[in-house]
Design a protein around this ligand. Structure first.
Ligand SMILES: Nc1ncnc2c1ncn2[C@@H]1O[C@H](COP(=O)(O)OP(=O)(O)OP(=O)(O)O)[C@@H](O)[C@H]1O
Length: 274
């Protein structure tokens, strides 16, 4: 274990050096400022005629078909839709994990669809936090160390302890993943995603592996991050009851946006169940 940690520390030192020199080299995608409240409607993402076609042998799979969309600073968005409707494809393109076949995405005035690989890497590293259905924690590191892996290489990170406190894990800093419940592990993953102070937090089925009661605690953590840090948050779910906690609900169907609904009143996660 000690050897592993020393190797990790060495890796982080080397990585920090690379990041510093890399940033000087590209000088693109300036450090994000704290996102402002949703009422100001500052556009964070502008997507236009976004299309994605996967070629599988002879078959062209149209995952996205001419999607137009704007996402605003500080809002909490739920992305709903049947399996295969294109939710993950859209999220992955917004997060710079995938590129569209046609159309464009502008992130705070910078066209992601024209960015080089290096610029996309910098964008993902400094501006976007990802949370997935499975937590992907390093089993041999404590909760605090799992978050530190990110804060060591970030530009203006939160303290790992502060990030863990925000998701309600102040008492679990030195626990290993195997000593934490599924919901607690997911909250460590959220703390890890937000500790680098991203502008946007993209969550793909964050409660998909959890029962209703545990899922609600995870949603409370996401809600708190959104309210206290102003992080623009997008949550993919199959679960329509989660939609009630969002500012806006985007309903996807067959690669397109079927409807966008704005909640006049948001329900707190504690009132949700499924
Ligand atoms: N790498 C890929 N290669 C080929 N087809 C793909 C690939 N990724 C996604 N697809 C197809 O694109 C369509 C949209 O997939 P996507 O994962 O975006 O849907 P989704 O709404 O997120 O589904 P789910 O809720 O099941 O995760 C589906 O028909 C899927 O099979």
């Amino acid at each position: 274990m000690r050897l592993y940690r020393e190797e990790l520390r060495g890796f982080l030192t080397y990585h920090r050096w690379c990041v510093t020199h890399f940033e000087l080299a590209i000088g693109a995608f300036p450090l994000s400022l704290q996102a402002s409240g949703p009422r100001e409607r500052e556009v964070v993402f502008h997507a236009e005629r976004l299309a994605k076609v996967y070629q599988v042998g002879e078959v062209a799979v149209h995952a996205l078909r001419s999607v137009d969309l704007e996402l605003y600073a500080g809002e909490f968005v739920v992305l709903l839709g049947a399996s295969g409707s294109g939710k993950s494809t859209l999220l992955n393109i917004l997060g710079g994990l995938d590129v569209p076949s046609a159309g464009k995405v502008v992130y705070r005035g910078q066209e992601l669809t024209r960015a080089s690989e290096r610029q996309l890497t910098a964008y993902r590293r400094y501006h976007v936090g990802f949370v997935f259905q499975f937590y992907n924690l390093i089993p041999s590191l404590t909760a605090r160390e799992n978050v530190q892996v990110v804060t060591e290489i970030a530009r203006a990170p939160m303290q790992p302890e502060a990030a863990l406190e925000l998701v309600g894990l102040a008492e679990r800093l030195d626990h290993f993943p195997s000593q934490l419940s599924g919901g607690e592990q997911q909250r460590v993953a959220i703390a890890r995603a937000i500790a680098k102070n991203p502008t946007v937090l993209l969550c793909d089925e964050p409660t998909g592996a959890l029962d209703s009661k545990t899922g609600v605690v995870v949603l409370e953590a996401l809600d708190r991050v959104n309210r206290e840090l102003g992080t623009t948050t997008v949550v993919i779910t199959h679960n329509a009851s989660i939609a009630d906690m969002a500012h806006r609900v985007i309903d996807m169907s067959n690669g397109g946006i079927r409807a966008i609904h704005e909640n006049a009143e948001r329900r707190p996660p504690s009132e949700l169940s499924w």
